[in-house]
Ligand binder design. Structure first.
Ligand code: SAM
Length: 281
């Protein structure tokens, strides 16, 4: 069997479980060879590959996400290690970095905080963007922090990034943080507990990264009132939001004294709220 034939067959198999079957098949074939997807076309089939590839296709067919199978996910300019301990960083979340760059062209941030850092995606993308900045990522999950720390070290940001345990459901959770910050980024859990998610999310990604009460707003209710104490006077906070949450989250932000802007993702959905202190609408 050639690589092209194996990919064709796998694409047909994965069409049952994936919206991107050909891409998934190519990523898993490249992973089997231990090469990048872009160099796959230059390869010839090797004897050991079909069986190993078939095992990966079986895992993907059982809804396991490609990123957990390969152990890596691209985000912004970075390739991050991921395991089932962390949410797989989504391309939509890059909207927060784009919003930060637009808002901070005149004032590069020196001190950055990432609330619920997971794999470290947002903090590390920001540190890649602003090479003189330092940052802190917090997470309630020790397993996630270990991944974030590993990503920071692998990417060479170990001396500029600190990953700290912290649970914003505990009183005084921000006392130990080295505030104030010029930029706070946060992609909190925001899915309604009753939501039906795709099996590849529901059965494999950490629920503590996803669900936030009946209306999905529990974590915003805790986090937003704490932001004024964490931000520098000219600082900004950028929060990811889910479908239909713009008005409710903006109302929480306005009630805490913020002026609020919104940035849409590439699909045209409201995705990032930009909060500036002290200038209510
Ligand atoms: C939606 S994920 C975002 C991960 C990463 N920032 C990203 O964008 O890919 C939310 C993260 O918040 C963390 N988290 C959930 N509840 C938390 C809490 N009460 N305190 C601190 N972190 C929490 C989860 O462990 C998870 O890593």
């Amino acid at each position: 069997m050639t690589i092209a034939e194996a990919l064709r067959e796998a694409t047909q198999t994965l069409a049952r479980v994936s919206d991107t079957p050909r891409l998934d098949a190519e990523l898993l074939m490249a992973h089997t060879f231990g090469i990048s997807r872009s160099t796959l076309l230059l390869k010839r089939m090797r004897d050991d590959v079909p069986a190993a590839f078939a095992a990966l296709i079986a895992r993907r067919s059982a809804h396991e996400p490609v990123a957990y199978i390969t152990g890596r996910q691209d985000f912004w300019t970075l390739t991050l290690k991921v395991t089932p301990a962390v949410l797989i960083p989504r391309a939509d979340s890059e909207t927060l970095i784009e919003a930060a760059i637009s808002a901070l062209t005149e004032r590069p941030p020196a001190r950055i905080l990432d609330l619920g850092t997971g794999s470290g995606a947002l903090l590390l993308a920001a540190l890649a963007q602003w090479r003189d900045a330092r940052g802190v990522g917090i997470d309630a999950s020790d397993a996630a922090l270990a991944i974030a720390q590993s990503n920071a070290s692998t990417l060479g940001f170990g001396d500029r990034a600190r990953m700290l345990p912290g649970d914003w459901r505990q009183p005084g959770w921000w006392d130990a943080l080295p505030a104030p910050f010029d930029l706070i980024v946060c992609n909190p859990p925001y899915v309604e507990t009753t939501a039906m998610l795709a099996p590849q999310v529901m059965e494999h990604e950490p629920h503590c990264a996803l669900f936030a009460g009946e209306d999905g707003l529990d974590d915003y209710r805790i986090l937003i009132p704490a932001l004024p104490a964490l931000l520098a006077p000219e600082g900004i906070a950028i929060l990811e939001i889910g479908a239909g949450q713009r008005e409710d989250v903006a109302a929480l932000a306005t009630a805490s004294g913020f002026a609020v802007d919104c940035r849409q993702d590439l699909a045209g959905h409201d995705r990032a709220l930009i909060l500036r202190p002290g200038r209510p609408d």
